[in-house]
Design a protein around this ligand. Structure first.
Ligand SMILES: [Zn+2]
Length: 423
């Protein structure tokens, strides 16, 4: 004997569409034919909060909720005013079931798994007059639905024959770029927060990406900055899941999980502490108070803004800040790589640290002098006056140099090298 079918009427509405998290309202009326329960309304959320909230996921969510509320041993008739569910789950089911790149993939699979579990016939009916209404005055319940597909009733993965080259590359791209995307997203927000706090302006995403590609930085620093943004280094957590190498995730000096931020800003490694002191020393030849350095500022150094007491911008101070800051962490990072990877356990002498940093900063100064050659570098060069304004006030024996010292030989920053063997 066949049971009386259960009938479900579904109505869906999205409030505030287009916003980051629109609200999904679902109304259900279900029961045996001729004996429907009263209208029920729900504000729907998904247990997997990465599922986007749009028209399609709202309907799939409503269906899943209806299925979860219905007895699986009786035939089922699902009535909606939209043909969408029937399309997704019947006519285009093969496509939908195999579109792994769809952000609603898990939700769709959860609905399919639930339908697979049904022991009786399920029908989708396209109706004109809906007996469920989201606009009724019945109370609104909050409902978070579990969107994890039941592994007993769905096929993980997709059918090879249904995939296209395009789909496979999209899936691969999603799988392998998402961690980078995640960290770069976090870093962009960090830079924005820091800059709006310390420099009183709020840079757009485009401005932040442009800033890290700035020609103020030599290619090597630009490259390192990009890698820091995307967290592509094998540092800290990276080693957590690699058998027998978990120890590499720890800073050997401080015995804490090692992160890029730790290496550059809080590690007790002598080269880190000393290089920041040298940077401050050089800065103080021209300006007061070296700003407190945070990770957001390391990544967004050339978005920093300084003003005179009268509120006039100080582009040369900003430029110098960005150069000194990036040179400091570039040197710290390279020495860290040497100590941890190239010559594990290496300890740097004070004189070696001092001279390494000094050589790097003098190298940057030479690079800038060379780049003022407009004939050679054209639009890739740097304006003479910009270089003069950036570095004047920081040079060794500057009183004996002409105002335009760009062509002079042996121009160096005003800190002397240290004799080897000291420290
Ligand atoms: Zn450390």
């Amino acid at each position: 004997m066949v049971d009386d079918p259960t009938v479900v009427f579904i109505d869906v509405k999205i409030l505030n569409p287009g916003q980051y998290e629109p609200t999904i309202i679902v109304a259900l009326r279900l029961g045996k034919e001729g004996a429907l329960n009263p209208n029920e309304r729900f504000e729907l959320t998904f247990s997997d909060d990465t599922i986007p909230r749009n028209f399609k996921t709202a309907w799939l969510g409503a269906l899943l909720l209806a299925l979860q509320k219905t007895e699986i041993y009786s035939p089922l008739i699902i009535c909606t005013r939209t043909p969408l569910l029937a399309q997704l789950l019947i006519t285009k089911r093969l496509d939908a079931e195999n579109d792994m790149a769809n952000p609603a993939f898990s939700l769709l699979n959860a609905a399919i798994a639930q339908l697979n579990e049904w022991t009786q016939k399920v029908q989708f009916k396209h109706i004109l007059h809906n007996l469920a209404s989201v606009n009724s005055d019945s109370p609104l319940h909050e409902s978070e639905i579990d969107t994890t597909p039941d592994i007993m009733f769905y096929n993980p993965g997709i059918l090879l024959r249904t995939g296209t080259q395009r789909l496979f590359s999209r899936i691969l791209k999603m799988k392998y770029t998402s961690p980078y995307r995640k960290s770069s997203f976090v870093n962009v927000e960090r830079v924005r927060d820091t800059i709006s706090e310390v420099a009183n302006h709020t840079p757009s995403n485009a401005a932040i990406w442009k800033a890290i590609r700035s020609r103020t930085f030599p290619v090597k620093i630009r490259d390192l900055l990009w890698k820091c943004f995307h967290n592509t280094f094998r540092v800290g957590e990276f080693w957590d899941h690699i058998e027998n190498l978990e120890k590499l995730g720890e800073c050997p000096i401080c015995k804490v999980p090692e992160t890029l931020e730790h290496s550059m800003l809080s590690c007790s490694a002598p080269e880190r502490e000393m290089i920041w002191l040298l940077t401050e020393q050089l800065w103080s030849m021209k300006f007061e108070a070296w700003p407190k350095i945070t990770w957001g500022l390391v990544l967004g150094s050339n978005l920093m803004r300084f003003q005179t007491k009268n509120g006039k911008p100080m582009p040369h101070k900003e430029r110098l800040f960005s150069i000194l800051l990036s040179t400091a962490w570039y040197t710290i990072w390279n020495m860290r790589v040497e100590r941890r990877i190239r010559t594990p356990g290496k300890q740097f002498e004070v004189s070696e640290i001092h001279n390494r940093w000094l050589k790097t900063i003098n190298g940057i100064l030479q690079r800038e002098r060379i780049l003022t050659d407009k004939l050679k570098f054209g639009s890739l060069g740097i304006d003479k006056q910009v270089v003069l304004n950036t570095w004047s006030g920081l040079l060794l024996d500057e009183d004996s140099l002409p105002d335009d010292w760009l062509k002079e030989r042996g121009v160096l920053v005003g800190i002397l090298p240290m004799k080897l063997g000291v420290g």
